[in-house]
Structure formats: structure tokens, C-alpha cells
Design a protein around this ligand. Structure first.
Ligand code: BGC
Length: 366
């Protein structure tokens, strides 16, 4: 019964019910099963420490198994060498396709040479794999648009288009070893930079270029420590902090923890507008509590179903679905990509986006 449900769900997702249309025809249901036999697919995820990767791994496993594949799913505790080892083992075990969310996008060149020598195909999952010819496809959300959406949220919330301001802002960036991080930053800056340039957004610390604001390994603790320093050095005398650009939820959690410790969250000292990404449960709770303003919602079910379509196509010797063949250059070649559409959730729409879609239950957010 479970399997039947999973198959129906996978088919529904493949048909684009969750808003991720495709250019090529999809294979669904029993038709999709033909040929999958007991082929082994390797799924390498970065870490279990963030909610989203657990969900990504679960969705991939469920949806691949519903199509009749066997799945080798591994998490690497954010350790690059562990991930390389895991990918090597997947090749040794005879995986036909590898689906990899890289920890360090540039650290897989050697192991993927072995994959290619063994005729194993490779799909980069969510994060582009850099500096290798041996990556066949990339499936992700539109990472630049993630940043644009965060920037536009800030623009609207503060009324920047109506000429309001100046506002005091601080900027955070994601992990410099993750190719996505600069896309998020550049997307957000494409909206915010004109307001920084005309003085409507004042970065009080002066720290705004990507390398200065980047947080290695997306660590909450590092973001918290940096926010502590920013508040102490720049906002101690009662200067108002209006907005913080955070690229994702793990950083936003650290930023909120710091602000809470510094007495934010009162009538005199309200929380600033604060962005995020992933709609992790603690962050959705923080949105409901008024500590975080928004989070980008990337439906991991949609991404998984797209990757399953890619796996099916590859193993049937067909071209996999793509909708972008220009943007993602990995320093060796442009990797054909399928980019799903991100949307934002906030306190006003989260019920529709997150609960009505079946992603969370009300109880998950209590
Ligand atoms: C993902 C984000 C995630 C971040 C930290 C990025 O590559 O696209 O969704 O928040 O990694 O895990």
C-alpha cells in the first residue's frame, strides 16, 4: 500500500503538480519501472545536521525505490574526505548513476574520473560539481532567483521603491566552497546594490563584499559569532538595525540567537527584517514568532522527482530533461541543468505554501 502511494506521489510530482514543469516527456508509473530492474543508484548527501538534506535524501530514496531502483544513500557529516570515500564505495558497489550534493564542489575531480572510467553517470544535486568534465547533469533550484527573491522581499518590506529610508543593514553570505553561495549573493545584490549605492541602505559595518561576509560551511555558530561582533561594534549605542540579509536558514538561526542575546525582540528594539532559505522547521517557527521575516521554500519533493526523471532517462539512453544550458559553467564546461522555481514563505502565507501542500503538518510547527 505504502509503495502504491509512493508511486502515485512520485507520478503526481513528475507530472508537475508541485510547479516544476519539464521540457521533455516524463516517464511515470509502471512504464517508468520497465528497465529499472534492480539497478543500484548512489545518493551522496552532505550532512544530516541540517533538516533539508535529510528530507532530500529521504525523498530521493523513496521516489527511486518506487520506480524499482535499489538505493545506496549516504550522508558525509560535512567532511569532504568522507564524501569522497562514500562516492568511491558507490562506484565499487556497481552504482549505475550517482546523485551527489557536494560538500566542497571542487573536491570530487579524481573520484569522478574513476566514475567516468567505470561508465557511471553523474548528476550534481542542488550544488554544482566544479572543475571536472565528468558531471553529466545538474538539478537545482534557480539559485540566482533565490537571492533576487530575498532582495525583493527586503525592498518591499522596507518600502525602498517608494523612496523610504535610509535603513541600517548587515549582510551575510553562504559558504565560499559552495558554488550556490555566490549565486544567492549576486541575486540579492542585483536588487539591493542600487539602494546601497544611493544611501537608502546603509551597511553600518562597511562589510559587504562576498569574501568578507561569507560563512564557511554554513555554520550557525559562526553566523552567531559574527552577528555578536557586528552588534557590539556598530549598534551598541542604540543605533537601530533595520535589516539583515541572510542567505539561508542555518545562518538565520545563528543571527536570531545573537540578536536575542543582545536584547532584540522588544518594542524598543524590534527584530530586524531577516531573510532565510529552506523553510526548516525551527525557522518557520521563528517566522511565526516574528523573529525571522521570510524563508525561501524549495520543495525537496519536486527536486527529487526531477532527478528521478533524469536517472530514468539516462538509464534508458535518452537525453534527460533540462531547461537551462547556459548558466552553470563548472570551470570545465557548461553543465546542462534543470532549475526548479523557488518561492518564498512568510508568516502571512506559510499555511498555504507549507501546510496545504502537505510539506508540513500543523503539529510540525508547534
Ligand atoms: C543549498 C541551501 C542550503 C545550504 C546549506 C546550499 O547549497 O542550496 O538550500 O541552505 O546549501 O546547506
Amino acid at each position: 500500500m505504502k509503495k502504491v502511494f509512493a508511486t502515485i506521489l512520485a507520478a503526481a510530482l513528475t507530472l508537475g503538480m508541485f510547479g516544476c514543469g519539464s521540457k521533455t516527456a516524463s516517464t511515470t508509473g509502471d512504464a517508468g519501472k520497465s528497465g529499472s530492474g534492480d539497478k543500484l543508484i548512489g545518493v551522496a548527501m552532505p550532512t544530516q545536521s541540517l533538516q533539508r538534506w535529510n528530507q532530500d535524501g529521504d525523498n530521493m530514496k523513496k521516489q527511486l525505490e518506487a520506480k524499482g531502483y535499489k538505493v545506496e544513500l549516504q550522508f558525509a557529516n560535512n567532511e569532504v574526505n568522507t564524501q569522497v570515500q562514500q562516492v568511491q564505495n558507490m562506484i565499487t558497489k556497481g552504482c549505475k548513476v550517482l546523485v551527489i550534493a557536494a560538500i566542497d564542489g571542487s573536491a570530487l575531480t579524481n573520484v569522478l574520473k574513476t566514475a567516468a572510467d567505470n561508465k557511471v553517470k553523474v548528476i550534481a544535486y542542488d550544488r554544482l560539481i566544479m572543475k571536472t568534465p565528468n558531471v553529466d547533469y545538474y538539478a537545482s533550484f534557480d539559485n540566482f532567483k533565490v537571492g533576487v527573491t530575498q532582495g525583493q522581499y527586503i525592498e518591499t518590506k522596507l518600502g525602498l521603491k517608494d523612496g523610504k529610508g535610509p535603513f541600517n543593514m548587515e549582510v551575510f553570505g553562504g559558504s565560499p566552497d559552495d558554488n550556490n553561495a555566490t549565486f544567492f549573493y549576486n541575486g540579492a545584490m542585483s536588487i539591493l546594490k542600487p539602494y546601497i549605492d544611493n544611501g537608502k541602505l546603509n551597511v553600518v559595518s562597511g562589510q559587504k563584499d562576498f569574501n568578507t561576509v561569507a560563512i564557511m560551511s554554513w555554520k550557525s555558530e559562526t553566523a552567531q559569532a559574527r552577528m555578536d561582533n557586528l552588534v557590539t561594534a556598530n549598534y551598541a549605542g542604540g543605533k537601530k538595525l533595520d535589516v539583515v540579509l541572510s542567505p539561508n536558514d542555518s545562518l538565520a538561526i545563528g543571527i536570531v540567537a545573537s540578536l536575542k542575546n543582545h536584547g532584540y525582540g522588544t518594542a524598543d528594539k524590534p527584530y530586524p527584517v531577516l531573510t532565510g532559505q529552506d523553510c526548516d522547521k525551527p525557522n518557520v517557527k521563528a517566522m511565526i514568532a516574528g523573529q525571522q521575516s521570510m524563508s525561501i521554500f524549495k520543495d525537496t519533493r519536486t527536486l527529487a522527482s526531477k532527478v528521478v526523471e533524469m536517472v530514468d532517462a539516462i538509464l534508458q539512453g535518452k537525453e534527460a530533461p533540462t531547461n537551462d544550458t547556459k548558466t552553470y559553467n563548472n570551470d570545465v564546461k557548461v553543465v546542462p541543468s534543470f532549475l526548479c522555481d523557488p518561492v518564498y514563505a512568510d508568516a502571512t502565507n506559510y499555511k498555504k505554501i507549507l501546510i496545504d501542500s502537505g510539506y508540513y503538518t500543523e503539529a510540525d510547527l508547534k
